[in-house]
Design a protein around this ligand. Structure first.
Ligand SMILES: [Zn+2]
Length: 258
């Protein structure tokens, strides 16, 4: 059996083996046991299993359980795609790590015995693969804007996780938000409010950029307005609210601003 996935985490195991976590094409998070996966050895074989690389794993029918996780045992693996520039740019690298951190919190774990192939979560894989591809491409032409890339990633991820907030009506009085000139997004409560119900910053522009990014493909990211980290932070706060986390718990998020 074969699985393609993007490596989102890896842990050395024993002397030379590796446990690899990947977001699979079905959008779920799978774990693989790779004998000799740490590379090295007499021939100093380099490992393909780096963060952000898209790998095709061929797995055995049997699997093993380590510390509660069901791991698929790989027979062989090969690289399908790998970013060329990301690891040389510190902000791009931390941004990629942040994506993995968020996905590791939000994605559903794939169980090797579960042969029912659902396509329900495929969008999550596409968001990740597109995000990495377009960061790499932006770096190649020296047009990498971290906040804008994070904005696109978050907008599309929230949609594919099925947790876009309800933005039609004020959460308190029900007024249609199409009819107001001021509204506030309250990420820690996960909803929008009109200015009669909530006195705060006006987020009408933010909500419009949100909907527009949702409709815009990654391919058109260059033509999209600039976005700043203040905006993206609202989406991170909202994600954290939803998954019962605090933004400070996301270690790569803090590093992004250093
Ligand atoms: Zn209201």
């Amino acid at each position: 059996m074969e699985f393609e996935g993007i490596v989102t985490g890896k842990v050395p195991y024993k002397e030379r083996d590796l446990i690899v976590r990947a977001i699979l094409r079905n959008g779920l998070s799978g774990s693989f046991y790779v004998y000799g996966g740490q590379g090295g050895g007499k021939k100093q074989k380099p490992t393909l299993l780096e963060l952000g690389h898209m790998i095709k794993f061929r797995v055995k029918a049997s699997h093993r359980k380590i510390e509660g996780a069901e791991l698929m045992i790989t027979e062989s693996h090969q690289a399908v795609w790998s970013p060329q520039k990301i690891r040389f740019n510190v902000h791009a690298y931390y941004l990629m790590c942040l994506y993995f951190e968020l996905l590791n919190k939000a994605s559903i774990v794939f169980h090797p015995d579960d042969h029912e192939l659902s396509t329900e979560h495929e969008g999550i894989f596409n968001v990740l693969s597109n995000s990495l591809f377009y960061i790499d491409q932006a770096l190649a032409v020296e047009n990498f804007k971290p906040a804008k890339h994070l904005w696109f990633f978050m907008v599309k991820l929230l949609f594919h996780l099925g947790i876009m907030p309800e933005g039609q009506n004020c959460a308190y009085c029900g007024t249609s938000l199409n009819d107001v000139s001021r509204l506030s997004f309250i990420p820690n409560e996960g909803h929008f409010a009109c200015s009669n119900c909530f006195q705060g910053e006006n987020h009408l522009g933010l909500w419009q950029r949100w909907l527009l990014a949702y409709q815009t493909s990654f391919k058109q990211i260059d033509e999209f307005f600039d976005v700043d980290f203040q905006d993206t932070d609202k989406l991170i706060q909202y994600f954290c609210h939803h998954y019962h986390l605090k933004p400070v718990e996301l270690s790569s998020y803090r590093l992004l601003f250093k």
